[in-house]
Design a protein around this ligand. Structure first.
Ligand code: VG1
Ligand code: CO
Length: 543
């Protein structure tokens, strides 16, 4: 077997500051394209000689071919051992767990998360570091720098190594270890949660519907919910990973998981519903006739996590991304624990978790997780909810009503405008930024603006600063609108508008969020000139 060194040239495709690369699958399939980025990662992290890497993906189209290329490149670059999920599958949280458990030097996760899959859809690749979490901003910057001055990549000329059967083989001098993608993760869940109590729920007739959305969590959910916890077979639906996720978007929100929402709001609704995304790191929680917004879910879990054995000692603190509602902050304040506000993206939680400053983290985009791994973890959130339901004996709707009664309610919604012309989207943000100083005191659709700024984050652990993390507009009366552009889309720009209003009047706690937010929605449109600039009157996705 010979090692080939193949000339290549810089490709300016990775957005600086974002973890990993997401592109159309056909872009990744161009000769040498994936190879170019993999070599940039290997070089950007300071070489991989003698290292151990964990490799797996969400099973989307091109997953196994890409793993074949990555393995031949890892061997050519001197990697000592690759630990690969059987058939190329590993959910993002399971990969994070394996990196930590096996003390690997890092991992490569093949996923474009919630983006659709297929030859004409999206593919992605991200690097996670030795703590099991997304590459830090500093490492991401090194990888980006390498994409701009790369001149060659190394690959072993060899037949594809089989990844379908468990066991160990060799590729050149490198060991290739194929592991069960589920068992280590399921073991970790058994350590954190009271499986006996949850099994008791199911044996008592509690009914659940888990929609795996044809993505990677199917095998995990079947093993944990149906095999280990005794939920009836059929509790997990769409549980076989498919290369195009059954033609849908594996994005667990009321829009893309509408089939589950219909079941949960139907006449014979089960007690509990949940869904997760392409790579298994996000979750949607819905009770019978009761959707729980991710921001509220984070607040409730912060309040009641101590009911599960893994968190019985209480929480060190909680962190949320800036656009996430402040509901969790109020729980933290009431409990006297620390709370932190970080930029969007899980990588910012890593330092806080590593330093022991927080135990639980979450984002409005349906990512929730804890210090058990260094990624958000969809099934973890589902199991923590189940543990709380089992211990309290209450329904989701009862728990939420009690929560809002105690802490008040942060009405919350995100409006996404997708595939917007990038020039138009950037101009909208630039225009807001240029007016920030003048906005306070002005009126927008009847609301008075009380403050405006652009979020920047000083990491309390490593001292680094991240700027340009979203424009915030505050309104008198407790409303807030946040504007930022997505870093994960693959077509044009996606404008995300995050809307929030706090309510503590008991009579007003059970409104529809869109109605409760109407004044903030109108003010956000007026201040940012969304309709005028984008030429659309309604968002593409409302969550
Ligand atoms: C989105 C979400 C963000 C999340 C990120 C990655 O980013 O808003 O909260 O961390 O996806 O999640 P953006 O830049 O498009 O808003 V995942 O499940 O795609 O790994
Ligand atoms: Co994801």
């Amino acid at each position: 077997m010979t090692i080939q060194t193949i000339a290549t040239t810089p490709i300016d495709d990775q957005k600086p500051g974002t973890s990993g690369l997401r592109k159309k699958t056909r872009v990744f399939m161009q000769p040498g394209y994936l190879e170019n980025y993999v070599q940039a990662i290997f070089d950007g992290i300071g070489g991989v000689t003698g290292k151990t890497l964990v490799i797996g993906g969400d099973g989307r189209y091109y997953n196994d071919s890409a793993i074949g290329i990555i393995l031949r490149m890892a061997a050519a670059n001197g990697v000592a051992r690759c630990i690969v999920g059987q058939r190329g599958l590993l959910s993002t949280p399971a990969a994070s767990n394996l990196i930590r458990k096996r003390r690997a030097d890092g991992g490569l996760i093949l996923s474009a998360s919630h983006n659709p899959g297929g030859v004409d859809e999206d593919f992605g690749l991200k690097y996670n570091g030795p703590n099991g979490g997304p590459a830090t901003e500093a490492v991401t910057a090194q990888i980006y720098a390498r994409t701009m001055d790369i001149s060659s990549y190394r690959i072993l000329e060899a037949d594809a190594v089989q990844i379908d059967a468990l066991g160990e083989s060799h590729l050149g001098d490198m060991a290739v270890e194929i592991v069960d993608p589920v068992s280590d993760y399921a073991e970790l869940m058994e350590e954190l949660f009271d499986f006996g109590a949850i099994a008791g729920l199911f044996s008592g007739g509690f009914r659940m519907c888990f929609d795996a959305m044809h993505a990677v969590t199917g095998p995990y959910a079947r093993e944990i919910l149906e095999n280990r916890l005794g939920a009836p077979s059929g509790t997990v639906v769409n549980g076989t990973p498919s290369p195009d996720f059954g033609g849908g978007h594996p994005d667990p929100n009321p829009v893309w998981a509408k089939a589950l929402m219909d079941v949960m709001y139907g006449p014979d609704a089960p007690d509990f519903g949940a869904a997760s995304d392409g790579d298994g790191d996000r979750n949607m929680i819905v009770g019978a006739h009761c959707y729980v917004s991710p921001s509220d879910s984070l607040a409730l879990l912060t309040d009641l996590a101590h009911l599960a054995p893994g968190y019985s000692g209480g929480l060190a603190g909680v962190a949320r991304s800036m656009p996430t509602s402040a509901a969790a902050d109020r729980v933290a304040e009431a409990k006297g624990i620390a709370h932190f506000e970080t930029p969007t993206g899980w990588k910012f939680f890593g330092n806080l978790l590593d330093a022991g400053k927080v135990t639980i983290c979450g984002e409005e985009s349906a990512g929730t997780g804890s210090d058990h791994v260094r990624e958000k973890d969809g099934l973890w959130a589902v199991l923590l909810w189940l543990n709380i339901l089992a211990v309290t004996g209450k329904s989701v709707a009862e728990l939420m009503a009690e929560h809002w009664g105690r802490y008040g309610r942060n009405y919350y919604s995100r409006h996404d405008y997708e595939a917007v012309d990038s020039t138009v989207a950037n101009a909208l943000i630039d225009n807001l930024r240029a007016r920030l100083d003048k906005l306070p005191g002005q009126s927008a659709a009847g609301l008075t603006i009380s403050g405006a700024d652009e979020f920047a984050y000083d990491d309390p652990v490593d001292g680094s600063t991240s700027t340009g993390q979203g424009i915030r507009i505050y309104f008198e009366g407790g409303g807030r609108a946040v504007f930022r552009l997505s870093g994960t889309g693959t077509e044009g720009a996606t404008l995300r508008v995050y809307l929030e209003r706090i309510e503590s009047e008991p009579d007003a706690l059970a409104q529809d969020p869109q109605a409760a937010l109407a004044s903030v929605i109108a003010a956000a449109d007026a201040v940012a000139e969304i309709t005028n600039r984008i030429g659309r009157t309604t968002p593409d996705v409302i969550t």
